[in-house]
Every structure is written in structure tokens, then in C-alpha cells.
Design a protein around this ligand. Structure first.
Ligand SMILES: C[S@@+](CC[C@H](N)C(=O)[O-])C[C@H]1O[C@@H](n2cnc3c(N)ncnc32)[C@H](O)[C@@H]1O
Length: 274
């Protein structure tokens, strides 16, 4: 199959569109990556040039093509109990949270949840540490811009190798072992899946209309592609849904140099709402 070329003018069209719609800032060095990753898609759609693909992308009102484009140029890599130091920190913070919750209601947002490992880890963590877990009213809002990863997350089915590093006790309580065409896989137990509300949501362009606050927000390894103004605005929005004292978790390679008046670094890319 002949490779379709991407001219600098065509690249600029994608660059402007993706920045406006998703907040991802593509540098010129990403030309080869965009060309390489999208060539297969152009062939699938029987399109002969990137200009035609651009028209296809901007005219797709469903947003599915945008979500596919974003998945192709960014990473959805995730895993259970990622960023170990943060879970350790949460162990110490949990007694304080529990003590403040007379109504036994916990609300958490996993923003940029990818295929679900992050929101399900939150539940596994709480199940492990709360002896009366089932008597708590726990809801996780898990959002992502990619339709593809959300479909996987809702199913909650993972290959054996994704769970092999987890403690046996956690696997036993949180997963059902199932047989599939490809062998054994592990599906998150229904009583845990029910506690997660997965939604397609673009952190940059969708309206920020949340009626209630969250006890914590996870937005880890999502803003790596955003430029400073976009990151600044997304963080500002998070501060409006976090009550004082509650934590915001970012990825370990992400640090904040702004918002010092509203967020204090506690360590391991964990920030506390002031
Ligand atoms: C590398 S994954 C991180 C998953 C998880 N938070 C973790 O740390 O393991 C980044 C996710 O952010 C999502 N994402 C990127 N830009 C987004 C945006 N503007 N709005 C919502 N989600 C976005 C991607 O689709 C991807 O699934």
C-alpha cells in the first residue's frame, strides 16, 4: 500500500483543528507521527489525500472520527494501581476522609480514565480499606474523549497479564474470571462496575456543568499534550468542583507552576485545594 504524503499546509490544518477542539498542541515535529499513524485510516476510508481526510474529520458531527484521531496520535496507556506513591498517600488520607463523611457518601472524578483501570483501581482501593465498603454510597464519574477506550472500560474486561501483578486477594474480590475465545480473562465484578458512571467528555471544549463537588479528582497523564493556557484553564475548572482540603491527583511527570493560591503541593503530584 503506497504511503499517502502529508504536506506542511495539510498538517497546519490538522494542527489548528485539533488545538481548537481538543486543546492538544501538535508541534511540527509530529508531522511524521500523524502521517504514519493516520495512513491506515485513510486507506480504510478509501481516501486519496490528507486534505480529503481533513474534510471528512471536520464534517463528522458524531465526534467519533475526532475521538479516533486523538487515540491515534496520543497514548491511552494505563494500568491498575499506576503511580504507586499516590495510593500509599491515599492510605494515610483515608481515615480523615471517612471521619468527615457522616452521610457515607463519596464522589470521585476520574478525568481521562482511558480503558477504566484508574476508576476501577479507586474502587478496589476503597473496597480493600473500608471494612463496611458495601454500606457506603460510592460513585465514580469516569470520563474520556475517546469512544473506543470507554467501550472497553464499560465492559471492564482485562487480559490476565493486566491483573497478574495485583495481590491475589484484590483479584479475588474485584474480578470474575471468565473464559473467552482468547483464553482466560478477568472482568470487574458487576457490583463494582455499577458504581462507575462512564461518560464521553472533552475536558477542553465541553461545558463544565457539575451540580455537585467531588471528594477528589484524578486527572493523571492527560494534560501532557495540552499547552500552558489550556492546562491552566482545565486546572482552574477542577478547583471549582473541589471543596477545601480535598486532593487533586496529576501524573507523576506533571507539575503545576501556577494556581499557587488555590492548590498546594503535598508530594507525588498530589495537590490539595486551599
Ligand atoms: C495516558 S491516558 C491516562 C489514563 C489514566 N488517567 C492513567 O493515568 O493511567 C490519557 C487519556 O486522556 C484522554 N484525553 C486526552 N485528551 C482529552 C481531552 N481533551 N478530554 C478528555 N480526555 C482526554 C485520552 O483519550 C486518554 O485515554
Amino acid at each position: 500500500m503506497a504511503e499517502i504524503e502529508l504536506s506542511p499546509e495539510e498538517f497546519d490544518l490538522f494542527r489548528a483543528y485539533i488545538y481548537e477542539r481538543v486543546g492538544i498542541s501538535l508541534s511540527k515535529q509530529k508531522t511524521t507521527l500523524v502521517k504514519g499513524r493516520l495512513n491506515k485510516r485513510l486507506h480504510q476510508l478509501n481516501l486519496g489525500s490528507f486534505r480529503e481526510y481533513y474534510d471528512y474529520l471536520v464534517n463528522d458531527m458524531s465526534g467519533d472520527e475526532l475521538s479516533l484521531f486523538v487515540s491515534a496520535i496520543s497514548t491511552n496507556v494505563t494500568s491498575f494501581f499506576r503511580e504507586g506513591a499516590q495510593w500509599k498517600w491515599l492510605e494515610g488520607y483515608l481515615p480523615q476522609l471517612i471521619a468527615s463523611k457522616r452521610n457515607k457518601k463519596i464522589r470521585i472524578w476520574s478525568a481521562g480514565c482511558s480503558s477504566g483501570e484508574e476508576p476501577y483501581t479507586i474502587l478496589m482501593f476503597l473496597q480493600h480499606h473500608l471494612s463496611d465498603f458495601e454500606s457506603w454510597d460510592i460513585k465514580i464519574l469516569a470520563t474520556d474523549i475517546s469512544h473506543k477506550v470507554l467501550t472497553k472500560a464499560i465492559k471492564g474486561e482485562y487480559e490476565a497479564k493486566s491483573v497478574e501483578a495485583l495481590p491475589k486477594e484484590i483479584v479475588h474480590r474485584a474480578f470474575d474470571k471468565i473464559r473467552t475465545e482468547n483464553g482466560i480473562s478477568y472482568q470487574i465484578a458487576p457490583h463494582l462496575r455499577q458504581k462507575v458512571m462512564f461518560r464521553l467528555y472533552n475536558l477542553v471544549t465541553d461545558p463544565f456543568i457539575f451540580k455537585n463537588e467531588f471528594d477528589m479528582v484524578f486527572c493523571r497523564n492527560v494534560m501532557i499534550y495540552f499547552d500552558d493556557p489550556t492546562r491552566h484553564e482545565v486546572i482552574r475548572r477542577f478547583t471549582t468542583v473541589l471543596p477545601k482540603g480535598s486532593p487533586l491527583f496529576l501524573g507523576s511527570s506533571e507539575s503545576l507552576t501556577t494556581h499557587r493560591e488555590s492548590l498546594k503541593l503535598l508530594g507525588s503530584s498530589i495537590y490539595q485545594r486551599l
